[in-house]
Structures are given as structure tokens and as C-alpha cells.
Ligand binder design. Structure first.
Ligand SMILES: *[C@@H]1O[C@H](CO)[C@@H](O)[C@H](O)[C@H]1NC(C)=O
Ligand SMILES: *[C@@H]1O[C@H](CO)[C@@H](O)[C@H](O)[C@H]1NC(C)=O
Ligand SMILES: *[C@@H]1O[C@H](CO)[C@@H](O)[C@H](O)[C@H]1NC(C)=O
Ligand SMILES: *[C@@H]1O[C@H](CO)[C@@H](O)[C@H](O)[C@H]1NC(C)=O
Ligand SMILES: *[C@@H]1O[C@H](CO)[C@@H](O)[C@H](O)[C@H]1NC(C)=O
Length: 509
């Protein structure tokens, strides 16, 4: 908006007349001895000053911008009708509400060959009717739509794209385009697109908790790295590993969809789908926002060490479930994961969160991974040691090499006395009288080598019971490990309480 010359002049004159202490009016000045020129100079400078001040005031952001800073301009126009009537606000409160699972659309990369087996992983976490998403296959499968699974679709033809990596497979191009292909389906009210593989299991409540931390109206690319330092060097420390799953906010997916097909053509030499995605993110200038609850699990062997010492962040996903051993012993992979879904339903925020306590009389260290397993070790291991995952697993090159990881680990103890006694979750329930979860852990009966230390053997314990209040707001507070207390320590059993640390409570012997 421009202020007309006339208005300005009027304003200037009025202003000068009304300002006390203004030395003189222009008409008076003619009768004074002061040179006319000086007066005109003062008037000119003042006028210029006022014009510029006015301009600044007019161009400064409106009040509405300050009240609703996180919202794009299109939504602001909804609030500021011509007469400033805000009665339309309640229906637009939708914009301010927290993200729910219905705001997410999943894009799952699957292959027809493995579908028969892999679909069982998806059934573990998929809630039909509550979640939205598509399984994108390379070829048609026999069983079309199936109970308890997302709808299936065949990915678009990618034969026109060049693929020049000698080690990889050109299906990478197809998988990389899943976000764009899902967006083109035109689903409404989408806040986030989340990618995963057919062998990824999501803890969707925790996924929602993580996404709620970010503004879905902005560009976000959220995921996590590989456990393997070499993989991260080879691919990128700035890439979200696809199997662990990653989230792309709606506006970013829109921007990506516009450029992705051209972008993919510029990187025919890349290996996978996720490095192609990262290449396009780099072109868009959007860095990876790291959330360490997404787990690629580029490891072999037993995940125990990693699941027993999870970082203090919600568990969002598990991947490579065909590669690693079942997470509970002596059951199938799917059965094992199914067992984990029981505590998941009771208190998803606290799932596999670690807490540490010490049995002082017997000199034991106790590490709880809630809903999964408990370890008792002879002697005292400090929290800074026990919060490091023990290397129960092999690296991605099937070697036991501690320099291979992108995080700290501790060795599996050589001394037979330091071998942990492991108790795996066997049952879990909610006690509606005390409003607490009750989880029961039974000792994994494996032979233990002889130990010469004069300490009570944890082998005398058969069963551990843990009480814990569900804490859905755990991650609304600053990250902190829960505290663990021994309520009862008998000859055969132990009762623990896990929960928010009290004032002044620390983990010490
Ligand atoms: C605001 O708008 C609503 C409906 O659009 C109308 O019923 C109400 O009278 C308006 N209020 C004012 C103060 O204009
Ligand atoms: C994909 O497109 C190519 C040519 O563009 C065609 O030769 C091929 O048969 C198509 N594949 C499928 C599965 O439709
Ligand atoms: C494993 O399961 C089988 C049958 O389900 C049972 O006989 C065996 O004792 C179990 N082994 C362990 C170590 O629990
Ligand atoms: C358990 O929760 C219910 C409902 O939230 C409440 O009415 C009841 O008093 C609680 N009981 C205890 C022991 O906290
Ligand atoms: C083992 O410790 C107990 C007390 O803790 C003590 O009475 C006993 O003599 C010790 N045994 C050995 C062989 O040192």
C-alpha cells in the first residue's frame, strides 16, 4: 500500500502543529530572522523520517502472524475474515490438534516373492480401519486383499530409468518412488508419509509420539542411521535407512514428488532406494532429522544386547527380523514379536526402556528392559557401563568387531562370573485395582560356567515380577531413564518397581 503524497503532507503539517515544542510554523518563520532555507531543511528531514516510519509500520507483519506463527499463509486467511470474526476457529482447531495415527499414510515396500512370509510381520502392527497405507509390490500376488493387511498395489513401471550399480538391484528405483506414488493417490488430510519395508515392525504409538515433536507443515525428513559405521561411511551419515523406516512431512513429499523422477535420473549409479531418496533430499536441501528409535538393525545374531540397553528414546521400529535370531528364545520370529506386542499395548511409551538397580546385600547389578528382559549380574557394573549394549550380535560383515559400530558397545564378559542371568518376559497384564502393569519374567535356563566368586548365585532366582504404572506422557518430559527399586528379594523370586525417579533418587550402589 502506498501513502499518497497529499496525505503525507497533511499528516506532516498536522503532526507539526500538534507537537508541543515545535519551534515555529512555516508562516511565522517568514517574519523571523532565521534563514528560510534552514526551516525548509528541517521540514524536509522530518517529512522523510515520518514517511519512512509509516512505511515500516505498514509493512510489518500483522498481529495474526504473531499469534499463529507455525501456520502457513493459506490457513491464516481462514481466521481473519473481513470483520475479524473468529467464530470459524473451532473447526480450524483441527490444525492445532496433535498428530494421530490417522494423519499418517504408510508406504510399505514389499516383493511378491517373499510376501507369503513377510506379510505376517505387517499383521503384527497393522490396525485395519485405524491406519492408512499401501503395500507396494513388484508383481501381483495370489491372495489379493487380505484381512488385517493394508491394500496392495503394483508399483509403476520403472524400465525407463537407468540403473547402473553393479552390486544392487534395480528394484531400488521402484522402492524409492513409493512416497511419490502414494502421494499421487491423493489421500486427504495427510500430515506424514512413513516408509517401511515388509520386514519392519512399527510401534505406531511411539511413531506418533516422535512425529508430534515436529511441525508437519514444514519440510521434515526423519529417520535414523545404520548401526554399522562402515555402512554409514559407504552410504551416508546423513541418510535415513529405509528398513528402519523414515517419515516425510506432507509438504516435503509434495516438493519431492515434483522433482523425484528427474532427480532419480541424475543418480543411476547409486545402490539402493534410500540413498536415491537422500540424494533428492540433498537437492532439496533438507537434512536428516535423526531419531534413534528407528532401528535399521544392520547386524547378525542376537539383538539381545541392543534391546536390553535401548537409548533413552521411544522404540519406533525394528527391522531385519528375518536376519537376526528370534528376540525371545525357543519360539519362532513372529511368535517372539507377538509376545512383545502384549507389553506394547499396556505401556508403549515404556517398551524396552532400561532401568538399573542394585541388590546391595547380594552385590548384584540388575538391569531391566521393561516388557522384554531382565539381567542379573554378579558384582557392580556402573550405569555408564550397563547402559552400553553388550555385543551379543555380529556386525553386518558377520564379524565381532567393536570398531564396526556407530555407537558405544561393551564386550560380552569373558569371566564366567560376569555372565548375566537373563529373565525373559513370560506374561504381562494390567492390574485395574492398583492401576499398574504387572510383567513377569522367567529365567532363561541355560548352563552357566562355574564361578569362584564368593557371591550368591542369581541362579537361585526363578522369576521376577515388575510393577510399573503406565506412563503415556513419558516422552512429553525431558528424556530420563526410569528408576528401579527392589520391593522384595526372596530366595526364589524378586519383586521390582519401575517408574519415574523420585526427588534426589539416583542409580547408585
Ligand atoms: C460471526 O460469524 C457467525 C457465523 O459465520 C455469525 O453467526 C456471527 O453473528 C458473527 N459474529 C459477528 C460478531 O459478526
Ligand atoms: C514397462 O515398460 C516397457 C517399455 O517402456 C515395456 O517394454 C515393459 O513391458 C513394461 N513392463 C511392464 C511390466 O508393463
Ligand atoms: C523349547 O521348546 C520345546 C518345546 O516347545 C521344549 O520342549 C524345550 O524345553 C524348550 N527349551 C527351552 C530351553 O526352553
Ligand atoms: C485407578 O484408576 C481409576 C480410573 O482412572 C481411578 O478411579 C482409581 O481411583 C485408581 N486407583 C488407584 C488405586 O489409583
Ligand atoms: C564367603 O562369604 C561369607 C560371608 O559373606 C563368609 O562367611 C565366608 O567365609 C566366605 N567364604 C569364603 C570361602 O571366603
Amino acid at each position: 500500500m502506498k501513502v499518497s503524497q497529499k496525505d503525507t503532507e497533511k499528516f506532516v503539517w498536522d503532526h507539526m502543529r500538534n507537537t508541543p515544542g515545535t519551534p515555529m510554523s512555516v508562516t511565522q518563520s517568514q517574519t523571523r530572522a532565521l534563514p528560510k532555507l534552514l526551516v525548509w531543511l528541517i521540514v524536509f528531514v522530518t517529512a522523510t523520517y515520518i514517511v519512512y516510519t509509516l512505511k515500516l509500520v505498514i509493512n510489518s507483519p500483522s498481529c495474526d502472524d504473531e499469534i499463529f506463527p507455525a501456520i502457513s499463509h493459506t490457513s491464516i486467511s481462514l481466521h481473519t475474515s473481513k470483520d475479524g470474526n473468529f467464530s470459524s476457529l473451532p473447526e480450524n482447531q483441527d490444525l492445532f490438534r496433535e498428530t494421530e495415527v490417522k494423519d499418517i499414510v504408510f508406504g510399505i515396500a514389499a516383493s511378491a516373492k517373499l510376501w507369503g512370509k513377510r506379510k505376517n510381520y505387517i499383521k503384527l502392527w497393522w490396525k485395519p480401519g485405524k491406519m492408512r497405507g499401501i503395500v507396494w509390490l513388484d508383481n501381483a500376488v495370489k491372495s489379493k486383499e487380505e484381512e488385517g493387511l493394508p491394500p496392495l498395489r503394483i508399483s509403476g513401471n520403472t524400465s525407463r530409468f537407468a540403473y547402473k550399480n553393479r552390486q544392487g538391484h534395480r528394484s531400488a528405483i521402484r522402492i524409492s518412488r513409493i512416497v511419490s506414488e502414494t502421494l499421487r493417490l491423493g489421500m486427504e488430510n495427510v500430515r506424514w508419509f512413513v516408509m517401511g519395508d515388509d520386514d519392519t515392525v512399527f510401534v505406531t504409538e511411539n511413531l506418533v509420539r516422535i512425529l508430534n515433536k515436529y511441525d508437519h507443515n514444514q519440510y521434515y525428513y526423519i529417520g535414523s542411521l545404520s548401526e554399522s559405521h562402515l555402512q554409514n561411511i559407504f552410504f551416508s551419515y546423513g541418510m535415513a535407512y529405509g528398513g528402519g523406516g523414515f517419515a516425510i512431512s506432507y509438504p516435503l513429499a509434495k516438493a519431492l514428488e515434483k522433482m523425484q523422477d528427474k532427480c532419480i535420473q541424475r543418480y543411476p549409479g547409486l545402490y539402493g532406494s534410500d540413498d536415491r531418496m537422500q540424494a533428492c533430499m540433498a537437492e532439496l536441501g533438507v537434512p536428516l532429522t535423526k531419531e534413534t528409535g528407528f532401528h535399521q538393525y544392520d547386524v547378525y545374531g542376537n539383538l539381545f544386547g541392543l534391546l536390553a540397553a535401548h537409548p533413552v528414546t521411544p522404540l519406533v521400529s525394528l527391522h531385519h527380523l528375518d536376519v537376526v535370531e528370534p528376540i525371545f528364545p525357543n519360539v519362532t520370529r513372529v511368535e517372539a514379536l507377538k509376545r512383545l506386542t502384549i507389553p506394547m499395548k499396556l505401556d508403549s511409551a515404556g517398551l524396552i526402556q532400561q532401568s538399573i538397580c542394585y541388590e546391595k546385600k547380594k552385590t548384584w547389578t540388575i538391569s531391566v528392559s521393561w516388557g522384554f528382559a531382565i539381567q542379573i549380574l554378579r558384582g557392580v557394573l556402573s550405569p555408564r557401563e550397563i547402559e552400553m549394549p553388550s555385543r551379543t550380535f555380529l556386525n553386518w560383515y558377520r564379524r565381532a568387531d567393536y570398531t564396526a559400530y556407530a555407537f558405544n558397545t561393551r564386550p560380552v564378559a569373558r569371566n564366567p562370573c560376569q555372565r548375566p542371568f537373563v529373565f525373559y518376559l513370560s506374561r504381562a497384564r494390567f492390574d485395574s485395582i492398583t492401576n499398574q502393569t504387572v510383567t513377569v519374567y522367567d529365567r532363561h535356563r541355560v548352563p552357566h560356567p562355574a564361578c569362584k566368586w564368593n557371591l550368591t548365585s542369581p541362579a537361585e532366582i526363578d522369576r521376577i515380577v515388575v510393577y510399573k504404572k503406565p506412563d503415556p506422557h513419558l516422552w512429553d518430559r525431558s528424556p530420563r531413564r526410569n528408576c528401579c527399586r527392589i520391593l522384595e528379594s526372596k530366595k526364589k523370586s524378586m519383586v521390582l518397581d519401575v517408574g519415574v525417579c523420585r526427588e534426589g533418587e539416583i542409580t547408585e550402589i
